[in-house]
Design a protein around this ligand. Structure first.
Ligand code: URA
Length: 194
């Protein structure tokens, strides 16, 4: 992972490299990783600090993880793309393709998590080809790579719509139980019941 991180820090494979202060590979647990949380892209604070989810959305995420019995040290947190898009625009298709092929997929190959939890529509779309959050959130499914996937809202969505807070919280609270089932069972049979 260290080697991959250093490739990300010096990456020039897409145009997002031009505007970044720091690339943001990801942070968290590196061994026996059960959950990988995947957001969209670094924002301003993340670009400055080189760490994912350190702004206001990140503080909210920490709080909600803690209420769900988890912490950022016990999971791995990363994004679909590793560099901040100009003015926080959505990452473009070519940026997503290049970055995920070279980095996110390799991170998942190294970490081999039991569960991916996507935060927001960009990560959901990358992993499933679908982006309709209302239908997908809180329902266990599978990524196109075959990993169990729990889609939920992006923490920043709560600032726009406070009613989502409870939904995001209840989705995160499902994670310990989902993991307990995934640890025990053959992966194929797990999708029912959540
Ligand atoms: N939003 C994201 O999607 N990721 C971050 O790391 C920060 C904000």
């Amino acid at each position: 992972m260290e080697k991959l991180d250093s490739m990300i820090y010096s990456c020039k494979l897409c145009k997002l490299a031009n505007g970044r202060t720091n690339a943001v590979p990801g942070t968290g647990l590196l061994e026996n990783v059960e959950v990988v949380l995947v957001g969209e892209a670094p924002g301003r604070n993340e670009d400055l600090e080189g760490k994912p989810f350190v702004g206001s959305g990140g503080k909210l995420l920490d709080e909600l993880l803690s209420k769900a019995g988890m912490s950022r040290d016990g999971v791995y947190i990363t994004n679909v793309v590793k560099c901040r898009p100009p003015n926080n625009r959505k990452p473009e298709a070519d940026e997503i393709e290049t970055c995920t092929k070279n980095y996110l997929e390799k991170q998942l190959d190294i970490l081999k998590p039991l569960l991916v939890c996507t935060l927001g529509a960009t990560a959901l779309e990358y992993f499933t080809g679908r982006s309709r959050m209302g239908e997908a959130r809180g329902r266990l499914t599978r990524t196109k790579h075959g990993i169990a996937l729990l889609p939920t809202y992006h923490p920043a969505a709560i600032f726009r719509n406070p009613a989502y807070r409870e939904l995001l919280q209840s989705d995160l609270k499902k994670i310990p139980e989902i993991l307990a089932t995934l640890r025990k069972k053959d992966n194929q049979t797990v999708l029912t019941g959540f």
